[in-house]
Design a protein around this ligand. Structure first.
Ligand SMILES: [Zn+2]
Ligand SMILES: [Zn+2]
Length: 432
């Protein structure tokens, strides 16, 4: 997960608290394959925790995931999976063929850690100086290996093929493209693809939303013809861009801690984190040539409708002004790929997982994470119908807050069990 707006990072500290969420809701009657999944997960849970701690102690930055990759290869090979290595760097693919015919589904986990000098808050501290798993990719790798273990255990009943994609270099948004360019989809041909990321939601839960999960962050370039009074022109242009913002200045929206609020946060049907266009304050750049001036600004959109209306709105405002004849061009440029979950698969996943594990553990999100993050899983999404989930990693009573990229990032390791259980069940059901 990438943070892209440094100025908002400061306010997004810890209190991502979901007060009214209970993870102890009624669990629906569980089918036999799902009981087997849970039994097996319980059996291997301690070993998965050990594995996660080992990965945590030897974190490797993007492009340098050699040891992590070797651990993955070792684990998948021991399970008897077909293993492909060195795809787009240290990328690994494990192929699990079920005994029965069925669909082909891919599960993706990222592997890399980050440069970070803040002291580790856990006992199993990083042994690699200046490098830490503060985005939870050690947990992602572990959950994916856990799913591989659990599904291999019931291979005789498994319908179809599961591809486990271990992706390097997520933090520098190079790994997904590198794997694709290195022929990932010549090796595998999944009909659906899934991934998850730990978030500050409570452990025991997962959360998902159709289409965008993060606000869509774009650079806007507005080019105008120079005038005698360029200062006035630039001030005008900035004002027109600022006027696209539609969040009231006194809104609760601006306190990013409210993203976790049960009333107005991203998991509430009354979420205020939707239908917005937001402008990054004071982050403009001006480029001047002999005849033109280009104003660049950074904007975040909650969804496609907001994004697609920005340029037409700007155009019409300029046309109505005294600078109408000065307009040359306006464009939106990608900064990061836009995460865009397949609506049909989101609905299907929510229905089947809440049916098995209870509605309280499987949350539908109504708003997007507004502080400008993304994940390069987005690069797989135009190729394969896919869903990216959030998985809760916090335990507020224990003071564990899974706020990614924050110096005190930690996870309640019970979330590993949640991930292996729920996502194994998802894959088993979706293969049918
Ligand atoms: Zn990250
Ligand atoms: Zn991440």
């Amino acid at each position: 997960m990438n943070f892209i707006k440094k100025n908002l990072r400061a306010v997004l500290t810890v209190n991502f608290i979901f007060l009214t969420l209970s993870i102890f809701g009624q669990t629906a009657e569980i089918d036999r394959p799902h009981l087997k999944i849970q039994e097996r997960t319980n059996q291997i849970f301690d070993s998965l925790v050990n594995l996660r701690r080992d990965l945590h102690m030897y974190p490797e930055v993007s492009g340098d995931e050699r040891r992590t990759s070797n651990k993955i290869i070792e684990y998948l090979t021991a399970l008897g999976l077909e293993v492909k290595t060195n795809i787009g760097g240290y990328g690994v693919v494990g192929i699990l063929k079920g005994a029965k015919p069925g669909k082909k589904i891919a599960w993706r986990a990222d592997m890399d850690a980050m440069p970070n000098k803040a002291p580790d808050v856990v006992d199993f501290k990083s042994r690699n100086e200046g490098v830490r798993h503060i985005c939870g990719h050690d947990v992602h790798t572990t959950v994916a290996l856990g799913i591989a273990n659990v599904l291999t255990h019931q291979k005789e009943d498994l319908e179809g093929t599961v591809y486990f994609v271990f992706q390097p270099s997520e933090e520098n948004i190079k790994g997904a493209l590198a794997m694709i360019d290195d022929g990932l989809f010549d090796i595998i041909d999944p009909e659906e693809m899934y991934a998850m990321h730990v978030t500050p939601f409570p452990t025991g839960t997962i959360a998902v939303k159709a289409e965008e999960m993060f606000s869509d962050y774009k650079r806007m370039n507005l080019t105008l013809q120079k005038t005698l009074d360029n200062e006035a022109l630039i001030a005008f242009a900035k004002n027109q861009i600022m006027a696209l913002e539609n969040v009231a200045s006194e809104s609760k929206f601006w306190n990013m801690q409210n993203m976790g609020d049960p009333e107005v946060g991203i998991a509430s049907p009354k979420s205020i984190y939707n239908n917005f266009t937001m402008i990054e304050k004071n982050n403009y750049s001006i480029t001047e040539t002999e005849y033109e001036v280009k104003i660049s600004a950074f904007l975040s959109f909650s969804d496609k409708k907001q994004r697609n209306s920005a340029i037409p709105k700007l155009n019409s405002r300029i046309k109505e002004s005294k600078y109408a004849d000065k307009f040359i061009d306006a464009e939106l440029v990608n900064v990061f790929p836009t995460l865009d979950n397949n609506t049909e698969l989101v609905d299907a996943s929510l229905e089947l997982l809440s049916g098995i594990y209870g509605k309280d553990r499987v949350l539908r999100m109504y708003g997007v994470v507004a502080d400008g993050r993304s994940d390069d899983f987005a690069f797989f999404q135009p190729i394969v119908p896919s869903v990216y989930f959030f998985m809760g990693g916090s335990n507020y009573e224990k003071g564990i807050i899974a706020q990614t990229h924050s110096p005190n990032f930690a996870v309640d390791e019970s979330c590993i069990k949640t991930g292996v259980n729920l996502f194994s069940s998802l894959i088993v059901e979706r293969l049918k």
